[in-house]
Design a binder for this molecule. Structure first.
Ligand code: SAM
Ligand code: SF4
Length: 329
């Protein structure tokens, strides 16, 4: 799959559910309305779709959500997709999770062929954690992380940088990740979906954070890339990688290798654009994959060059109306 700008599409992110056991303030409104079950693809359909993408050249697959590990019987899908890792068709199967279910699933994930996971954690302070996630408990996530470590999973922590909330904690997070052997990536808030509250209050430019971190840490730029929005440095004092995802201050589209599939079978060619392709209809239309494959090729043929996020006082509405929990970040 090669798009009109010559970029090879080898990375698929799949949001397996829009539901979640947390209600993070930057991600969801407290009283979210979720999709009716009838609109959501079955696990069998998700498996068939992912397998078609793998046959078309996807080498890396990330499950996300909502919270992927709260979807019923999700381990069945992960096991089936893991078979593609074992056969060598897929280089990597991974997931982004809030960590709440890891105590239960870490060992099974490893058995299915998952080697690395991203866990979202914005603070090490229990009260702040409860404030940010509304429904989450820090200890549950910490237990999950311990289980992941014991099972041998490599962990990268994702933390959203929130002005006036966790901006005083990044030194502690870096030190803690260093001790635990976890990577860390800081993320700027993105204007996706209506939330309760004001986004301009939350937005903290990572250029500023980076400047502050340099006072305490030695940050060395490194070439490492996943083809995505993160730019990485090595923290000399801990030896760990630190990533910065800066959609608002840095254009990362020229190397974009990914597309995103929602749990309804909608394919978004760009996180920051509304254009999407319906893959559920061709999927359900025929037992043969031909209509589906044609629809995928058509969609890749319309992948846009880039996105255009803006947060400022005049544009205090989401640039894109769907929530991150639908496309999965
Ligand atoms: N529930 C899982 C989790 O939290 O890791 C997976 C889905 S979540 C939508 C994926 C990532 O998106 C998380 O790291 C979360 O912090 C991030 N995220 C959610 N809303 C965001 C926003 N408006 N701006 C930036 N990142 C956001
Ligand atoms: Fe759930 Fe992840 Fe969104 Fe938080 S960021 S509400 S954990 S989907």
């Amino acid at each position: 799959m090669i798009d009109p700008f010559g970029r090879t599409i080898s990375y698929l992110r799949v949001s397996v559910t829009d539901r979640c056991d947390f209600r993070c303030v930057y991600c969801m409104a407290e009283d979210m309305t979720f999709l009716p079950k009838s609109e959501v693809l079955t696990l069998e359909e998700l498996d068939r779709l992912c397998t078609a993408f793998i046959e078309l050249g996807v080498r890396k697959l990330r499950l996300t959500g909502g919270e992927p590990l709260v979807r019923k019987n999700i381990m069945g899908l992960i096991e089936n997709l893991g078979a593609h890792v074992k056969s060598g068709a897929l280089e990597e199967l991974t997931l982004t999770t809030n960590g709440s279910q890891l105590s239960r699933f870490a060992e099974q994930l490893v058995a299915c062929g998952v080697r690395r996971i991203n866990v979202s954690l914005d603070t090490l302070d229990s009260d702040k954690f409860a404030e940010i996630t509304r429904w989450g408990r820090l200890q549950q996530v910490k237990d999950g992380l311990a289980a992941a470590k014991d099972a041998g999973l490599a962990v990268k922590i994702n933390a959203v940088a929130l002005k006036g909330v966790n901006e005083d904690e990044f030194d502690d997070l870096i030190a803690w990740c260093g001790d635990e052997g976890f990577g860390l990536t800081l993320i700027e808030t993105m204007p996706l979906g209506d939330i309760t509250g004001d986004r301009t209050d939350q937005y903290l430019p990572l250029s500023l954070v980076r400047k502050r971190l340099r006072k305490r840490w030695t940050l060395t730029d490194i070439d490492y890339t996943t083809g995505g929005p993160a730019r990485y440095v090595r923290i000399e004092e801990t030896g760990q990688k630190l990533g910065f995802i800066t959609p608002m201050t840095h254009n990362f589209c020229e190397s974009c290798n990914r597309v995103r599939l929602t749990c309804t079978g909608t394919l978004y060619m760009c996180l920051g654009q509304e254009d999407a392709a319906d893959l559920r209809t061709p999927l359900r239309q025929s037992e043969s994959n031909e209509p589906l494959i044609q629809a995928i090729h058509e969609a890749i043929g319309r992948k846009p060059k880039g996105h255009d996020f803006i947060i400022d006082r005049r544009h205090n509405r989401p640039a894109v109306s769907r929530h991150m929990s639908l496309t999965g970040g």
